[in-house]
Write a protein that binds this ligand. Sequence first.
Ligand SMILES: C[S@@+](CC[C@H](N)C(=O)[O-])C[C@H]1O[C@@H](n2cnc3c(N)ncnc32)[C@H](O)[C@@H]1O
Length: 421
Amino acid sequence: MKSKKKTNRTNSVFNKDSRFILDTLGSEVQVTSTITSPPYYDMKDYESKNQVGYGQTYEAYLNDLKSIFKDILSITKEDGSLWIIIDTFKRNNQVVTLPFDLSNKLKEIGWLLQDVIIWKKDKTVPWSTNGFTQRKFEYILFFTKSTNFKSKRDKVRVYDTSHLKRWWVKYPERYNPKGKALDEVWEFPIPTQGSWGDKYIRHFCPLPRDMVATMIELSTEENDIVLDPFAGSGTVLSQSAYMKRKYIGFELNKKYIDMFTTYLHSTFEANRIEYERTHENKAQLNFEKMILNLRALKYAKVLLSHIQKKLLINNFKIFVTLKQKSIIKQKLIKVQYDFIGEIDKSVILPLLNELSSKSPLSKFGIEPIFNLVKTKKLILKDIFYYSENNTHSYIEDKKLKSEKGRILSKIKINLNENDYL
Ligand SMILES: C[S@@+](CC[C@H](N)C(=O)[O-])C[C@H]1O[C@@H](n2cnc3c(N)ncnc32)[C@H](O)[C@@H]1O
């Protein structure tokens, strides 16, 4: 047999049966992630011979999928993964648990099931009814080849504050500065007719672009190869191309491949520009900065209240200055706390060291630098005052500043927790 070269295999869609992936690609191609929604058993006729699903028995269908995913496992990198979007369906008035039947088959051949995600969508395909409830979700199965798999979870965290509960304002130490981890229910509406552009005919089951982008972001890096053995309208392939990944697709119906080629050509430039603009993610960097600022100020508030309670003194103020990143494990940032006032060093320093080494302050990710000064010359411009009760919104009333403003900083924050959920 002629040896198949890796070159020219990527960034192509093969008009071939995915049961012959290895014959087509050879064994040298190294896929990082496969993202796919296989045909739904025999419910849809995709108008081509040799379709998987249509006209097959359930057992033959499952075995075909098993053999395709076995071949895919053999060309998947050690840190690679497989995403399958799949649903249950009803036969003879009973639910057929396809996602679980398929998972069991794939476990037999070595895929490791890591996550079962619920994709909550507005509506499911019209033929699926499920007893007395309305169908609103499908399953996403996430498998990996080994336990050492690529997982870029920081890239897909929720950092849009309008989606966070109000607590993040008062309890910044409980929120990861990169954002909240994704949960197991993903909400993405199904693309509606026309959302692909007028010339692009509506495929039976196009996947939401943002959902595919999340999977690509989580499990791959630029230049990695993404495979879809049931490419359909090519959502996975086009999204991979926009995000600087290499793609390989298989699709039996030539009509869909032609549509995809035209579609990719006409949408590539705008979407690549959009990717370049957004993937550095300034919004996430801003969220991180905000959480660290809130933590630095709240840390001073906690110190203040403990010192007042334990040493019974309140004739001092704390000046907070953010320094550079910390290199200590579990710490994120160095923050200097200047204690301004007549305070006995030998009494306060042991207390500060004790407080900073114990919870809650040890959990703030802050490496503190403590400094005692009798007076501090302050250039009052650009300094913001916070009270001992609130370090998330600065004191605006000038008269109150000198009395109530116990915590001072160049950090400017003015948040109202009632603005959030
Ligand atoms: C559920 S659709 C995929 C939809 C796709 N994820 C999208 O976003 O449009 C399944 C696709 O698999 C294709 N197909 C079915 N059997 C196949 C086979 N043996 N080899 C390759 N493609 C196949 C069908 O033509 C259909 O387009």
